[in-house]
Design a protein around this ligand. Structure first.
Ligand SMILES: [Zn+2]
Length: 317
């Protein structure tokens, strides 16, 4: 494999070398680019899979060492608290409502599990629609905040293979989680085991094929941009690698949203505003979101994220 020399020191934590693509297990992989750490002056190599088009860090930080990084980020939720109401309304518009429409079951009979639930914004939206809600997150600071502040939802820090709630679940969601996971195949296998036969999986990840990434590659510096986040995102997905992964693990994608959603991009803007301004603005926007839904979906491609709604494939079909 031909590799260009790195522009600076290689990150010493990157010791986990891959000989195959973590998404499709394919061995035809090529050097893609060097990406700079978001937290220091070190560099990571990215490879691209010729088979599925996934772009991944190689060598990457071993998953065990990522736990340390998680400790450092504890209480990160504090900065998102001012826009909590907005985040919940956004999850309702873009994840919960479309999922319930596809599932067709009566929401008040459905059990919803959110993996990587953070402070429970998505689950509050699902609870608002009548579902029984369960949340998992590895970050203990998030779960203790959620347990203290949100009633009527069960939260836990357990991992997927050892959960304290009884399966199966009618809907399982993972919003901005898969891109953090070293072994996406094992992760989806575990979800497969927990999902009801007619259940629905909802996966949302950052979209490598976004308009923002295109503009940065043309006019900016992709290697140092927010698109490449090698410390936290071992894999960069877009529609094709995500579909391929889901298909191989026994899921049939039934709806894919890659729209240029203003509602999703807006949260980045709110986060950067002074809370004094952000709070009234986000409250107003949260109320207006349901009305603006149609405008939000007007442009079908190029959004900052890609969302796939998928059903479990029945045996033999
Ligand atoms: Zn691949």
């Amino acid at each position: 494999m031909r590799t260009q020399p790195s522009p600076g020191p290689i990150d010493p934590r990157a010791t986990d070398s891959l000989s195959a693509c973590p998404v499709c297990n394919g061995s035809r992989i090529d050097f893609f680019l060097w990406g700079k750490s978001r937290y220091g002056n070190t560099w990571f190599r990215y490879d691209r899979c010729q088979g599925c088009d996934a772009i991944f860090v190689n060598p990457r930080i071993p998953e065990a060492n990522l736990t340390e990084a998680l400790e450092v980020r504890q209480h990160s939720y504090v900065k998102y608290l001012p826009i909590r109401e907005y985040d919940s309304a956004e999850a309702d518009l873009n994840l919960v409502r479309p999922a319930l429409k596809l599932h067709r079951g009566n929401p008040s009979t459905l059990r919803w599990l959110d993996v990587g639930c953070g402070i429970g914004n998505l689950l509050e939206a699902a609870k608002g629609r009548g579902c029984a809600c369960y949340g998992l997150d590895a970050d203990t600071s998030l779960i203790s905040w959620a347990k203290e502040n949100i009633s009527g939802i069960e939260f836990d820090t357990a991992n997927l293979n050892n959960i304290p709630f009884d399966p199966p679940f009618d809907v399982i969601s993972a919003d901005n989680v898969l891109e953090h996971i070293d072994n996406p195949r094992r992760f989806l296998d575990s979800i497969h085991n927990l999902l009801a036969e007619d259940g629905l999986l909802v996966i949302r990840v950052p979209n490598y094929n976004s308009l923002a990434r295109f503009l940065i590659s043309q006019f900016g510096n992709l290697s140092t941009s927010f698109v490449m986040d090698p410390d936290a995102h071992p894999v960069n997905y877009s529609r094709f690698p995500l579909h391929r992964l889901l298909n191989e693990l026994g899921f049939d994608p039934v709806r894919t949203m890659e729209h240029l959603m203003f509602s999703y991009g807006a949260r980045r803007i709110f986060n950067h505003l002074n809370p004094k301004w952000a709070s009234p603005l986000q409250k107003g926007s949260a109320k207006a979101l349901p009305l603006l839904g149609w405008a939000d979906r007007a442009i079908p491609k190029g959004g900052l994220n890609v969302t796939v709604f998928a059903r479990e494939r029945r045996n033999g079909s």
